[in-house]
Design a protein around this ligand. Structure first.
Ligand SMILES: C[S@@+](CC[C@H](N)C(=O)[O-])C[C@H]1O[C@@H](n2cnc3c(N)ncnc32)[C@H](O)[C@@H]1O
Length: 206
């Protein structure tokens, strides 16, 4: 089975328990940052890797959101949330590594905890660069491998477990991957030690 299929199936499998398993992280830190990111979105917005739709309840009403995921089962949960919270969002089954929209389609593209999982992250990031307008904004809340030697080593040791359970790599170096995708002006803010980061990229086609 190819790696895309493997990771997609792991998310299909995890979809029913995902929100329960993630609840501690949500309460401790993520909820706050989700709401912060929403304040920065405007116009036509693409959410990559919408998952079970944890951001949906925070979508402002004055933006047009299209949200994609390659796990059909995660998307089913997101559809339930869009009904519960009465939010208009186009939920589409689509691979972030091969986004089916023309160049410069969106004013903003955002992700929360996605690029730990995308099988070829650099390919996915290049796709984001293509579909986001050059004067638009890319906002990401992502976790990555700590630069602390002991913590980084622990993340390497535990990575096979999270990868097999969920499809998430806790030891990815996402900021390096963003650079590999050709972005140069990147604002990075540490949100929780040096692991959880807010990454903002704009004016990247100049
Ligand atoms: C850790 S979950 C995060 C979900 C959500 N963003 C959140 O904050 O709760 C990662 C999500 O990214 C999706 N994903 C991973 N690789 C993808 C790809 N290549 N294309 C589309 N979705 C992908 C997974 O299916 C999963 O739903």
């Amino acid at each position: 089975m190819d790696i895309n299929e493997k990771i997609r199936k792991r998310y299909d499998r995890a979809s029913s328990l995902y929100d329960i398993l993630e609840q501690p992280m949500e309460i401790m830190t993520l909820k706050r940052w989700r709401t912060e990111v929403m304040k920065e979105l405007q116009g036509d917005v693409l959410e990559i890797g919408v998952g079970t739709g944890k951001n949906i309840q925070y979508y402002p009403d004055n933006i047009n959101v299209t949200a994609i995921d390659f796990s059909e089962k995660m998307l089913e949960k997101a559809r339930e949330k869009s009904d519960i919270y009465n939010k208009k969002v186009k939920l589409i089954h689509m691979d972030a590594q091969n986004i089916g929209f023309p160049d410069n389609s969106f004013d903003c593209v955002f992700t929360t905890c996605v690029f730990c999982s995308v099988p070829d992250p650099v390919k996915g990031l290049k796709e984001i660069k293509r579909v986001c307008k050059g004067d638009g904004k890319i906002i990401m809340i992502e976790h990555e491998r700590s630069e602390n030697r002991a913590i980084g080593l622990l993340m390497d040791i535990f990575n096979p477990i999270t990868l097999n359970l969920y499809g998430a790599n806790i030891n990815r170096r996402t900021v390096d991957n963003i650079k590999k995708a050709g972005f140069t002006k990147i604002d990075v803010t540490n949100l929780k030690s040096d692991i959880l980061k807010k990454i903002v990229i704009h004016n990247f086609k100049n």
